[in-house]
Design a protein around this ligand. Sequence first.
Ligand SMILES: [Fe+2]
Ligand SMILES: [Fe+2]
Length: 327
Amino acid sequence: MTNQPIGPERSEVMNFIGRDVEAIAQEYLKPIETNWQASELLPLTSDSTFVADLKSIQEEALNHSYDLMVVLVADTITEEALPTYESWLSNLVGVDQQNNNGWMKWMRSWAAEENRHGDVLNRYLYLCGRVNMREFEASTQYLIADGFNNMAGNDPYRNFVYTSFQELATNISHRRVATLAKKDGNNLLSKLCGLVAADEARHARAYQNFVTRIFELDPNEMMLAFEDMMRKKIVMPAQCMRELGGKLNTFSNFSDAATRLGVYTSMDYIDILREVIGNWQIENINGLKENGEKARDYLLALPDRLTRIAERAATPKVEHKFGWILA
Ligand SMILES: [Fe+2]
Ligand SMILES: [Fe+2]
C-alpha cells in the first residue's frame, strides 16, 4: 500500500470495538435457522411441478432485454467472487483468523450470508435458459483466480469505507434489477433480487456503523482514511472481469449496459457518497488536526464536483456481444 503507515492505534481501536462486534452482528445479520435459502425460492428437481415451473421460468426470462441479462450475469459473477473479498477482509489489522476473534466471526458470518447471493442468482441463471453457463462460469473462475486490489491495503478504516460503499452499490443495483424484472412481468426474479438487495442494505448499515464508531474513537485518522479512499475512487470488485477468448473491456461493456438501463450510474456513486457523508455526520466531526480539517473540506465539496463531471458524461450506445448470453 502506498498510503501513510498504519500506527498501533488502529489495532487498539479495532480491539476496543471488537469486544462489541458479536452483539453488532446480531443486530445486522439474520439467524441461519430462519434465513432464506435458494432452495425455497427456486424449484427443485424433486418437486412434482418441476417441469411446469421450469417452463414458466424460461418463458418469463424471454421478456428481458439483452442489457438486463448482461447486468444479471455480471452481478452474479461479482457475487460469486466472494472468496476474494473474504480472504481480503480476513487480512485486516485487528481481524485475527487464528484466534477467531470477534471481527473474524463477523467476517465469517457476513460471508456466510453473502454466499447465498451467488447461490440463488447462479441457480436462476442455470434455470432461465438464456445463459451460456460455461462462459459465465469461466468468467467467475477468472475473477476469483485474478483477485483484485481495492486500494485499501490491510487498513480496517479504509476497508470499511470500501465495504460501506460496495454494500450500498450492490443494494442499488440488485434493487433496480428487481424493479425492471417486475416491469417485464417476472415476479420470481424480482423477488430474488429484492431479497438479495435487502441483505445488502443490512450489511451496508453494519459497515457504516463500524465507521461511525471509529470516528468516535479516532476521528482524524478516520477522516484521512475516508479522504484517501475517495481520492483513489472506489474501484468496483468486478473491475478485472474477463470473458473467455480474451475479449477486451468486459467490465466497461457491462458498466455501459448498467448505465443504459439506469441500474447503476455515476450519479449513483455520487448519491452513495452524499449518503455516507450524511450518515457519518462529516460536517459535525470535531477534534480534527489540520490535515483532518482539510480532508473534511475536500470530502464535503466532492459530491458537487463529481456531479459537474457526471453531468457531462453521455449515455453509452454501443451494445457489446457477450459470450454469456445465448439470445
Ligand atoms: Fe451480495
Ligand atoms: Fe454485499
